[in-house]
Design a protein around this ligand. Structure first.
Ligand code: PDD
Length: 286
């Protein structure tokens, strides 16, 4: 079956899905996106993704392309037409098509909306969850509004590529004070030397991950205390466990940082427990 994409009001075969060359997403990265997991054909944590999307759009003053219920219909219909049981949905909204000018276009250029879905290789993810992954640390070279899920991802792209070239799965980005902000496309967590689960508090330097939000609910239900406090690279070296979270990776144990073992060098027990508990709290909506 061929893949179907939604592009500005139409469902089209994936290979024919195109946008205008003067789309501001293409020229200025003037847009936002969401990535939402699909499980058993349903969107996971759809409400939380739509809430974050509305916030990103509002921060950038991009008008929503349609009402939220209409957008939900488009998202679900794109999943349905592709008959994807397990995978993820990508949606992107840009400020639309206009003659090139840095300032916002005058008048009311309609925003562009593109939605695609892709199957996920669940065996690969399960394997990584079993073995754990390596990360490398790199300077955080991103802008000051990482709380907005902007499509301007060049520093993230370069960091991820460096990680891959060094045989690692993810890059952990480090701020000017030596504290880890987050991964190139994931949030970062450790169990520190004192046995405390730690992650950086929300702010303009990290994304408010949906997986992070849901996991905080899981922690409460599991009676696990969380310390929202930034940690240094040195603290990762002495941590007993570490993991990353995202809608595509869920939770993946981190067993190595910059070539050095974390803890025993095996996926940690709390990480494994939380990964197992996560699904119960992560609900398809509607
Ligand atoms: N990335 N931090 C960054 C910089 C991210 O890009 C992401 C998600 C996360 C985790 O957010 P969530 O739990 O809502 O997926 C944190 C997506 C998956 C991506 O860019 O493909």
């Amino acid at each position: 079956m061929s893949r179907i994409a939604y592009v500005n009001g139409q469902y089209v075969p994936h290979r024919q899905a195109v946008v205008h060359i003067e789309d501001r997403g293409y020229q200025f990265a003037d847009g936002v996106y969401e990535v939402c997991a699909i499980s058993h054909g349903r969107l996971i944590d759809e409400t939380l993704h739509l809430r974050r999307l509305a916030r990103s759009l509002g921060e950038l003053r991009i008008p929503p392309p349609m009402t939220e219920p209409a957008l939900q219909c488009v998202l679900r219909e794109t999943v349905r037409r592709n008959r994807v049981d397990h995978g993820h949905l990508y949606l992107q909204i840009t400020r639309g098509v206009a003659p090139r000018d840095h300032a916002f276009p005058a008048g009311d250029a309609p925003p562009s909306l593109v939605v695609t879905v892709a199957r996920q290789n669940r065996e690969r993810l399960a394997k990584l969850a079993g073995t754990g992954v390596a990360v490398v640390t790199l300077p955080d070279q991103r802008w000051g509004r990482c709380d907005i899920k902007s499509i301007a991802l060049l520093p993230n792209v370069l960091a991820k590529q460096t990680a891959r070239e060094q045989g690692a799965y993810e890059a952990w980005l480090v701020d000017a004070q030596g504290y880890v902000t987050e991964g190139a496309s994931t949030n970062a967590w450790i169990v520190d030397q004192q046995g405390r689960l730690r992650t950086r508090p929300l702010g303009s330097d990290i994304l408010n991950g949906v997986t992070r939000q849901v996991l905080i609910g899981v922690l409460e239900a599991q009676d696990v205390a969380l310390l929202e406090e930034a940690f240094t690279v040195a603290e990762v070296h002495t941590a007993s466990e570490a993991f990353i979270s995202s809608s595509t990776a869920i939770l993946l144990p981190v067993i190595q940082i910059d070539g050095k073992k974390i803890g025993t060098g095996q996926p940690g027990p709390l990480t494994q427990r939380l990964r197992a508990a996560y699904r119960k709290y992560s609900a398809p909506i509607g």
